[in-house]
Design a protein around this ligand. Sequence first.
Ligand SMILES: [Fe+2]
Length: 188
Amino acid sequence: MDIITEIEQVFAKYKNIPYLGEGVTQLQHALQSAYEAEKARASDELITAALLHDIGHMVHDLPMEDPNYVGFWNQDDSHEVVGEKWLARGFPEAVTQPVRWHVAAKRYLVATDPEYGEILTAASMHVLQLQGGAMSPEECAEFEAMEWAQDAIAVRRWDDIGKATGRTTPGLEHFIKIAKRCARTPAQ
Ligand SMILES: [Fe+2]
């Protein structure tokens, strides 16, 4: 099965699962994040990274079928690492690396942007602590030097504003078309 079909199946399965105690579902959060990227005229790769940045929450083995799933309230599921590995089967680094580093970007922004902490929701703040809290100055310097830092920060900012209840966005099929344009053809 190609990765695009897998993505459609994952979203079909988890579209009604609430996102992290916010007022949106996993699917709505993905669509809102991708739409913010598109409105910012981001590349196909970054729009796709925004759409899929939390796919790791949906493809791990924790019990998400439970509609009251709150596993990551008390346990970091390392969804950015899970997501990167899952996506690397079908997408280039320009998609997978912003996904890999979007949690680090939050830890970086909390440390460097005084206003950033104020826009984080209570749920996101709670999870931040599980993810290691604000970066130290040394960690910030290391993060800034990384090739994907700016892309990861961009995805992070779209992620943070993609949590509004009742916002209208294009449907999944719109963003799947964009994802198809940057998917790698599987090795034969
Ligand atoms: Fe997210």
